[in-house]
Design a protein around this ligand. Structure first.
Ligand SMILES: [Zn+2]
Length: 721
């Protein structure tokens, strides 16, 4: 069946160049060895069309499984730089052989068959994660080439996203040679084919995959793949599946003889949210029927000991199919497969591949923890941001991680109960929070003595310096967590979107524009790829308003579905939709993306100068404390409860603004009263009360102070303050 289709797609390429044939196709015939970790690629036939504007006589390939072949690969070496000394317990590697050219087709459709042997070289002999095949002829723009090769991949023991676990689990990703992207990069056409970096993920072209998998029979009905699966043979201890996937840029599969394979169909009517549906359809100028997502089969490969989580996985996947489909256009594929990784292969959890993603669960997780729903919504979200809109993850991870984080938080806030804090007792989670937690102090810090954690005695005349551990911090924590339950109180966490503001406390060492694979600190990835861009999107949505934002995101997604957008493409969509927002978007992205500017506006003073005619001349002072310039709303509240609203251009670093003459005194000034500027580092300095209001202990003034305090407490618990 596989070979038959190869011939068909070859004929299609010959007869209908550029029409029916996909720009890229992979036909694979592979066998998984009985050891459950060695994959023999009997045949990989790739058909590639040059879609760039210059010819090339090379094909560049990702051979990412070689990242696990020795301790000096780019991935492992960069990992050491970032402080990770982990090594795979059992190495993995891929070997490529018998490479030959099958045919070329020129732009006019003239085919030339060939059987010429080719060599598969590596760009770097220590890090064999990038391979190159030199072709005997250059492929002109619009022309195509068909190449065949064989390979053997030994998968590593579960390590950094891929590999096997004891007990027959195999999560096969980056297991076959996959072409890079030939495109314009840094002003010229070239192969964009980075080695496997520690800090970045993947980037490849959309392709049609036709894969024939021969598996040991124990994996029959214990297998999920990127494609739609069909059993075509079962004999001699082997089961043979065909798996077909169109318009995807990678192919993954997972087998686990012990796991449960559960199926459920998503129907939008079971998850319909009338209010959201009305809002989206009205903003997009469509009928509710037109925005409803289509049905889809959900397939869950679940560890038997996690059977109680089946509903949580399905519910989170279905809600994601619903809301992502509503917001950005329906999920276009027939199936979505969810893998719950084996306990001893947890390192393969929380990752996304087209039409297949991994979650992650532990025993005893309480219901109101959003585990594993949180990771399920996030990894599903990548079907839209990375799977369908496929940005270069080497350089611009924020376009997939940031957009996914943003969308995930919106779904968590909209469709799930807020999670409760938990503590763990004898392996089971209970709701509540320890009344105190003991911070960890360094050697030489006398505060460590307060928690009976360390003995710190500075050097003196009579005693030598002493510093030793009395009790390991973790054991104190453990002791606290085992106190009677009465010492715990339940605590409801704030909204997921507001919670993003906790990243404002972290160092923002490099601008968003800095390539992801080259960030100077591994912690910066969580900020620059995930939370900071999500805060930027929330800021834009609050500035432009929900309706404009709905249109803008829908437009960006649908226009760049099955494409590779660059950051500028998104900036252009924002500028197109948000012309009336009063923001200079070029300047906005200079601050938010190209430069590392901090955003912080503050209120400074409110003055009431008595005029002769029993009125007050009101003047306020506001400050720009960061380099980020953006227009800011200002609200001045008066003693009679009335509010004066205005907008300040936010340009000057300190600005006095005359508000006018009023019969009552102004009592309070607030910058950004609706908290639109989610990127503002400090919301505590946004309000200021007038000092000179007569009788500052009046009921009104006290209630203003109380409100200000309550608001700040809420903001504090919601985020970083
Ligand atoms: Zn992610």
């Amino acid at each position: 069946m596989c070979k038959c289709t190869t011939i068909l797609s070859f004929l299609a390429a010959v007869l209908l160049p550029g029409l029916l044939a996909a720009q890229l196709s992979y036909d694979l015939d592979i066998e998984l060895h009985d050891d459950g970790r060695t994959i023999y690629g009997r045949s990989l036939v790739v058909s590639w069309v040059n879609t760039a504007s210059t010819p090339t006589d090379e094909l560049y390939w990702h051979v990412y499984n070689n990242a696990w072949s020795n301790k000096d690969t780019v991935f492992i070496t960069e990992g050491r730089y970032y402080g990770s000394t982990d090594l795979p317990r059992e190495w993995g590697s891929t070997e490529v052989f018998n490479v030959s050219m099958l045919s070329t087709v020129d732009v006019d459709g003239n085919a030339t068959t060939s059987g010429e042997k080719l060599t598969f070289d590596y760009v770097n002999l220590v890090d064999k994660t990038v391979g190159v095949v030199k072709l005997p002829v250059a492929i002109e723009p619009g022309g195509s080439v068909q190449v065949r090769l064989e390979f053997t991949s030994v998968m590593p023991q579960a390590f950094r996203r891929s590999g096997w676990g004891e007990g027959g689990y195999l999560h096969a990703v980056q297991w076959y040679p996959k072409l890079g992207v030939y495109e314009e990069l840094d002003g010229k056409d070239q192969w964009n084919c980075e080695p496997y970096h520690y800090m970045s993920e993947f980037y490849a072209d959309f392709a049609d995959y036709n894969v024939e998998l021969t598996l040991p029979e124990r994996f029959r009905n214990h297998c999920v793949t990127t494609g739609t699966l069909e059993e075509i043979n079962n004999s001699n201890g082997k089961v043979v599946y065909s798996s077909v996937a169109e318009k995807v840029h990678d192919f993954a599969f997972t087998v686990d003889a012990e796991a449960l394979l559960l199926r459920r169909t998503f129907h939008e009517i079971d998850y319909r949210d009338d209010a959201e549906e009305m809002k989206i359809s009205a903003a997009l100028g469509k009928t509710p029927k037109e925005v409803r997502p289509q049905s889809c089969e959900m397939i869950l490969l679940l560890q038997p000991e996690h059977a109680e989580y089946a509903n949580r996985y399905f519910d989170a996947t279905a809600k994601s199919l619903y809301y992502f489909g509503l917001w950005y256009g329906t999920y276009p594929y027939e199936t979505i497969s969810v893998v719950d990784p084996a306990n001893n292969a947890r390192k393969t959890g929380g990752m996304e591949y087209p039409r297949l993603f991994t979650g992650g669960a532990r025993l005893g997780m309480a219901e109101r923890t959003l585990s594993p729903q949180g990771v399920t919504v996030h990894e599903f979200g990548h079907q839209f941001w990375y799977g369908l809109v496929a940005n270069d993850e080497f350089r611009h991870a924020w376009l997939d991680e940031g957009f996914t984080t943003f969308s995930t938080n919106r779904i968590l806030d909209l469709a799930f109960d807020a999670p409760l804090d938990t503590y763990t007792l004898l392996g089971q989670q209970y709701y509540g929070r320890a009344p105190m937690t003991i911070p960890s102090y360094e050697e030489g810090d006398k505060r460590a003595m307060l928690g009976l954690q360390r003995w710190e005695n500075p050097e003196s005349k009579f005693f030598p310096e002493l510093s030793y551990e009395l009790r390991h911090n973790n054991s104190v924590q453990k002791f606290l967590s085992e106190l009677p339950l009465t010492t715990y109180y339940p605590n409801i966490e704030g909204s997921a979107s507001i919670g993003l503001r906790s990243s404002l406390l972290r160092d923002w060492g490099q601008p968003l524009a800095h390539p992801t694979y080259d960030l100077f600190d591994s912690g910066l990835r969580g900020v620059n790829a995930y939370r900071r861009p999500a805060l930027t999107l929330e800021t834009i949505s609050r500035i432009v308003g929900e309706d404009v934002f709905i249109r803008l995101m829908y437009d960006y997604h649908t226009n760049f579905r099955f494409k590779h957008p660059l950051p500028q493409d998104f900036f252009d969509v924002v500028a197109k939709h948000a012309v009336d927002a009063g923001v200079d978007w070029d300047s906005f992205w200079q601050h938010a993306y190209y430069k590392n500017d901090e955003l912080d506006y503050s209120a400074h003073f409110v003055h009431n100068d008595a005029n002769d005619n029993d009125t007050y001349h009101v003047e306020i002072g506001v400050r720009r404390r960061g380099a980020f310039v953006v227009p800011v709303d200002i609200a001045v509240t008066f003693e009679d409860g009335s509010v004066h609203h205005g907008v300040w251009d936010g340009v000057d670093s300190a600005k006095r603004i005359e508000i006018g003459d009023f019969a009552v005194k102004a009592v309070r000034v607030e910058v950004d009263p609706q908290r639109k500027l989610m990127l503002d580092r400090d919301w505590f300095n946004n309000s200021k009360l007038a000092k000179d209001v007569e009788g500052s202990d009046t009921a009104w003034h006290i209630s203003m102070r109380t409100m200000l305090w309550a608001q700040q407490v809420l903001h504090y618990f919601g985020g970083a303050g």
